[in-house]
Design a protein around this ligand. Structure first.
Ligand code: PBG
Length: 331
């Protein structure tokens, strides 16, 4: 008769983990500043640094004041940035998106010149901040999205970002074939080493609310359900991600992140590409509001949320909390 064993390996390990050296060698997941990328919102004009009321700790910045945020971020260990632009001029075609003198293009040129390759500059490629109707693509007369003419505008926009010095472009319009079209356009110009981070599994989410105020990009009529993924369909989102991979994406993104960890984890098992998770404005603000209300400890809850995304399989986390979390990790 075999004896019942009463020391369970898990409890032995739990006790052994009190020894710091063992704890460190068996830690499965780590979160470091290198894992985080900070979004920046660049506006036209001069001398502007205006807090965004819907997003704690995030400002609208004109190019001449970008360094006030970028330099301390670098100091904290954050060297990766994702740029969004807020142009003064909007029209039905989002013409200002590909303006070489637009806020994103000028910001990229400034950062590339000032910091060189000590930082990674990525840009959001979408039309919603630039169209007067606020949709991510161009509209036909009947109000539906014209996918293929939108692709041409996205290509022009990506090329103008690359020309300014962007290392990576991140198409977020969710137009069919956008990664392939941009890849081809970059390769045909002289930008074959500019990488593409696809917003591959981007869901039609209520958690983008605070961002739309930050980017002035709410659609004037209708919503984005015809081109963003429905929250009920995880498998369909994975198929979209594989499609982006086939079209030449270098990094696949899942967005939102905390609510879609199942998608991150499944994608991790099914692709060999790096995965980015975007902790979107509503997810970030949910934690900020809860901390302000005294329900959560802000440092611990924010850090745990980011660590959890790493555990789910994210290599890179795009997050408004990047600088705070980096500082907390160090202290
Ligand atoms: C642009 C874009 C959006 C976000 C990132 N890129 C808005 C949207 O799709 O409606 C949302 C980011 C956030 O909520 O933090 N298409």
């Amino acid at each position: 008769m075999s004896e019942l064993r009463c020391t369970y390996p898990t409890s032995r390990l739990r006790r052994l983990r009190e020894h710091r050296l063992l704890a460190e060698s068996i830690r499965e997941t780590d979160l470091r500043p290198e894992h985080m990328m900070l979004p920046l919102f660049v506006v036209e004009g001069q001398g502007i640094r205006r807090p965004i009321s819907s997003l704690d700790g995030v400002d609208h910045l004109s190019v001449d004041r970008l360094d006030e945020v970028v330099a301390p971020a670098i100091e904290a260990g954050i060297h990766r940035f994702l740029l969004f632009g807020l142009p003064d001029a909007k029209d039905p075609w989002g013409s200002s998106a590909s303006d070489d003198e637009g806020p994103v293009q000028r910001a990229v040129a400034h950062l590339a010149k000032r910091y060189g390759t000590s930082i990674l500059i990525a840009t959001d490629v979408c039309l919603c901040q630039y169209t007067d109707h606020g949709h991510c693509g161009l509209l036909r007369d009947d109000g539906s999205i014209d996918n293929d003419s939108s692709l041409r505008r996205l290509e022009e926009t990506a090329i103008s970002h690359a020309r300014a010095g962007a290392h990576m472009v991140a198409p977020s319009a969710m137009m069919d074939g956008q990664v392939g079209a941009i890849r081809q356009a970059l390769d045909q110009t002289r930008f074959s080493n500019v990488a593409i981070m696809g917003y591959s599994a981007k869901f039609h989410s209520a958690f983008y609310g605070p961002f739309r105020e930050a980017a002035h990009s709410a659609p004037g009529h209708g919503d984005r359900s015809s081109y963003q993924m429905t929250p009920s369909n995880g498998r369909e989102a994975l198929r979209e991600a594989f499609q982006d991979e086939a079209e030449g994406a270098d990094i696949l993104m899942v967005k939102p992140s905390l609510l879609y960890m199942d998608v991150i984890a499944r994608l991790r098992g099914d692709t060999l590409l790096p995965i980015a998770a975007y902790m979107v404005s509503g997810e970030y603000m949910m934690l900020c509001h809860a901390a302000r209300a005294g329900a959560l400890d802000s440092h611990r809850s924010m850090t745990e949320a980011h660590l959890a995304l790493r555990r789910a399989g994210a290599d890179l986390i795009i997050t408004y909390g990047a600088v705070d979390v980096a500082r907390w990790l160090r202290s």
